[in-house]
Design a protein around this ligand. Structure first.
Ligand code: FES
Length: 114
C-alpha cells in the first residue's frame, strides 16, 4: 500500500494503525523509499527495508517481516532476527548490526512520517 500524500508541509501519512495486524507488519513505499512498519499493540516501529547483512529487502512474502512468534523481525534471506523496538540484530549473520530506524509518530489513528 502506498500512502504518501502530504497533509501539511512537514508530515507524510504512512498508513492507518488498523492497516497493520497486531502483532504484524506492513511494507510501505514512501517517496520512493522502501520501508516497513511493525506493530506491537499500540506501538509501531518503522525501518528502512534493507537488511544490514547484504543490503537487500528483508521480506519474500509481501507484508511479512516477522518470525513465526510475531515478536521478532526476521530477514527471509538468511534468517537474521531483529528486535522490533530497537532494530538491533540479535541472531544471524549480521548480529550486533541494526536496521535503519525511521522517525514517525501516531496521531488520529494514523502513522505519520516526521
Ligand atoms: S540478507 Fe538478511 S540475513 Fe542475509
Amino acid at each position: 500500500m502506498v500512502m504518501n500524500q502530504p497533509t501539511d508541509n512537514q508530515a507524510v501519512a504512512l498508513c492507518r494503525l488498523d492497516d497493520i495486524p497486531d502483532p504484524g507488519s506492513k511494507g510501505l513505499i514512501v517517496q520512493g523509499r522502501q520501508l516497513f512498519a511493525v506493530r506491537q499493540g499500540q506501538q509501531v516501529f518503522v525501518y528502512a527495508n534493507r537488511c544490514p547483512h547484504r543490503g537487500i529487502p528483508l521480506e519474500w512474502v509481501p507484508d511479512q517481516f516477522l518470525d513465526s512468534s510475531g515478536r521478532l523481525i526476521q530477514c527471509a534471506s538468511h534468517g537474521a532476527l531483529f528486535l522490533p523496538e530497537s532494530g538491533e540484530c540479535v541472531a544471524g549473520p549480521c548480529s550486533g548490526a541494526s536496521l535503519t530506524p525511521i522517525v514517525c509518530r501516531i496521531a488520529d489513528d494514523q502513522i505519520w512520517l516526521a
